[in-house]
Design a binder for this molecule. Structure first.
Ligand SMILES: O=P(O)(O)OC[C@H]1O[C@H](OP(=O)(O)OP(=O)(O)O)[C@H](O)[C@@H]1O
Ligand SMILES: O=c1cc[nH]c(=O)[nH]1
Ligand SMILES: [Mg+2]
Length: 209
């Protein structure tokens, strides 16, 4: 079974409070999502492997460390996942970015895939699927399946807010995938929205409602 980690760093929790607040406007929301994504990226990259090197400081030789060159791929689920990409790239600037376009049918709550474009070497990369919301889990589940079908071997999932239903679905169908969250909320309402949640992430980020 994969890990489920709630990233309870005080800065993440503080910013998440203002993301939840319905009075936070589009500009501020974008900035907050960007910042939280960067902080979450900082936390989830703790286990990246290092390798030893030697450099000359102005004083003498120093045995020190650099990243071992692990290749990373960020996979935002369109649209809302786009809001988290730049924040993560601030910390992992060499990451490649693949896009999976999915929307959730409002009647059935089932995801519909409309776009996919991935780096050609996904099987060699550690992939981080990013989406602010893990509600029923259908979208993340389908995105992960699409990646696996195309050769992905190592996948993590990073979401701002999740419902237990979504976490359970990913744990059941993808026990090899670790899940990193800003918060694990109470559940879903009748329309499949996370409670208390942040509302419709895509509409709030892009101002489409
Ligand atoms: O876990 P689920 O029940 O599948 O719901 C979560 C999905 O719903 C939202 O996307 P939406 O369909 O609203 O598309 P958008 O990002 O284009 O707004 C959200 O960004 C997730 O991708
Ligand atoms: O709460 C939710 C659930 C799905 N999609 C969203 O944007 N928000
Ligand atoms: Mg939406």
């Amino acid at each position: 079974m994969g890990k489920v980690v709630v990233l309870d760093h005080p800065l993440i929790q503080h910013k998440l409070t203002y993301i939840r607040d319905k009075n936070t406007g589009t500009k501020e929301l974008r900035e907050l999502v960007d910042e939280v994504a960067m902080l979450m990226a900082f936390e989830i990259t703790r286990d990246l492997p290092l390798t030893d090197i030697t450099v000359e400081t102005p004083i003498q030789q120093a045995k020190t460390k650099v990243l071992a060159g692990k290749k990373i791929g960020l996979i935002p689920i369109l649209r809302a996942g786009l809001g988290m990409v730049d924040g993560m790239l601030n910390l992992i600037p060499a990451a490649k970015v693949g896009h999976v376009g999915l929307y959730r049918d409002p009647e059935t709550l089932k995801p519909v895939e409309y776009y996919i474009k991935l780096p050609s070497d996904i099987s060699e990369r550690e992939l981080i699927v990013i989406d602010p919301m893990l509600a029923t889990g259908g979208s993340a589940n389908d995105a992960i399946e699409s990646l696996k079908k195309r050769g992905a071997k190592k996948i993590r999932l990073m979401c701002l807010v999740a419902a237990p239903e979504g976490v359970e679905l990913i744990e059941k169908n993808h026990p090899d995938v670790d899940i990193y969250l800003g918060a694990l909320d109470e559940g879903l309402n009748d329309h499949g929205y996370i409670v208390p949640g942040i509302g419709d992430a895509g509409d709030r980020l892009f101002g489409t409602k």
